[in-house]
Design a protein around this ligand. Structure first.
Ligand code: TTP
Ligand code: MG
Length: 348
């Protein structure tokens, strides 16, 4: 049976977040990136793209193209915060999520046995409701085509590419639409009169390999709708922890407890964002003479609630005896696993 693969990608991500946080920017050409003349554009709003501004373009060039643009520095932590929210939504749909970057992922939704359009609409609506931003979704039976589909009618796009559309739908596309064919390769092909995928069909496999090395083999297949790459679950961290060096060394346990409380909240938020829980709690201290001590406890059940984490951490600290003052305290939760979510009742 064919797979059902979805590629999801936020629209003008950094610029969209800036316009979300400052409504006065909506509808304006917003350019996010290094703001010095020597910096480059990270991304820009679609209004700025109309002036020819693009990712990776030097700022001075973007300013020349779009002098009245609003140029802003990046606020990575804020983009990461929204990214966590959207990935949380993806994980509510399936565990088979492969994150590609801060705003983009593949989802393998084959085993849901749902109409993929319904799943896409569900994700689009939920992302819009919970973040205020739009996402484009592409659906197909492999990764290459799903990615191509998400780019089809950006922004706020939704496109499905089915088997019967291949190869005709690909014919008119310019060769730079083939993922992996950069500017240099495109030029090389253009120089020998190959501009579209239909033209590219004329190159036999051997010649393709000669042209692009090992990757030529894959390109040959991909433009014929063949791509066997699996959606591989993004590697998860094995533990999540926080620690801090104290301003002044102390042996006051109440003061140390306060840190554990703050760490518990932060760790809980991270775990919940990743839809994970852990059953191993470790408290680490470093003494004034730089000796490290750790104490761990493995629980029967997996936890991710801040109160549960704090309760265990506090009880571990309670049992620890120090002979000198403490200069650093840390807390981590390990032995992580993904939570099972009721995925079938999400939509009908
Ligand atoms: P993209 O998804 O490639 O771009 P985008 O979301 O801004 O626009 P589109 O609607 O076409 O998807 O990249 C996601 C974010 O990654 C982007 O908002 C900024 C960052 N980025 C860079 O910092 N440098 C780059 O060269 C690119 C391509 C992206
Ligand atoms: Mg994007």
């Amino acid at each position: 049976m064919d797979k059902v693969i979805m590629h999801v990608d936020m629209d003008a991500f950094f610029a969209a977040v800036e316009a979300l946080d400052n409504p006065a920017l909506r509808g304006k050409p917003v350019i996010v990136g290094g703001t010095s003349e020597r910096g480059v554009v990270a991304t820009c709003s679609y209004e700025a793209r109309a002036y020819g501004v693009r990712s990776a373009m030097p700022i001075y060039m973007a300013k020349a193209n779009c002098p009245h643009g609003v140029f802003l520095p990046t606020r990575y932590w804020r983009y990461k915060e929204i990214s966590n929210k959207i990935f949380h939504i993806f994980y509510q749909v399936t565990n088979l999520v492969e994150g590609l970057s801060i705003d983009e992922a593949y989802l393998d939704i084959t085993a849901l046995y749902k109409n993929p359009i319904d799943v896409a609409v569900y994700i689009k609506n939920k992302v819009k409701r919970e973040t205020g931003l739009t996402i484009s979704v592409g659906i197909s039976y492999n990764k290459f085509l799903a990615k191509l589909a998400s780019d089809w009618n950006k922004p706020d796009g939704l496109k499905i590419i089915t088997k019967d559309m291949i190869p005709k739908i690909l014919y008119p596309l310019s060769v730079d639409k083939v993922y992996g064919l950069g500017k240099k390769s495109t030029k090389k092909l253009n120089d020998i009169g190959i501009f579209t995928i239909e033209d590219l069909y004329k190159l036999p496999r051997d010649l393709m390999i000669e042209f692009f090395g090992k990757f030529g083999n894959e390109i040959y297949d991909r433009i014929r709708g063949i791509d066997r790459r699996e959606v591989t679950i993004s590697r998860e961290r094995k533990s999540i922890g926080k620690e801090t060096t104290l301003l002044v060394d102390t042996d006051n346990k109440l003061e140390l407890m306060e840190y554990l409380k703050i760490f518990s909240r932060a760790i809980s938020n991270l775990l919940k964002n990743k839809n994970m829980s852990g059953n191993n709690i470790t408290v680490k201290i470093k003494t004034s003479s730089f000796l490290s001590h750790t104490r761990s406890r493995t629980l029967q059940q997996y936890i991710n609630d801040e109160n549960d984490i704090f309760r265990e951490a506090a009880s571990i600290l309670e049992d620890m005896k120090f002979e000198e003052k403490i200069r650093l305290i840390g807390l981590s939760v390990s032995n992580l696993k993904e939570n099972k979510i009721e995925q079938l009742t999400l939509w009908k």
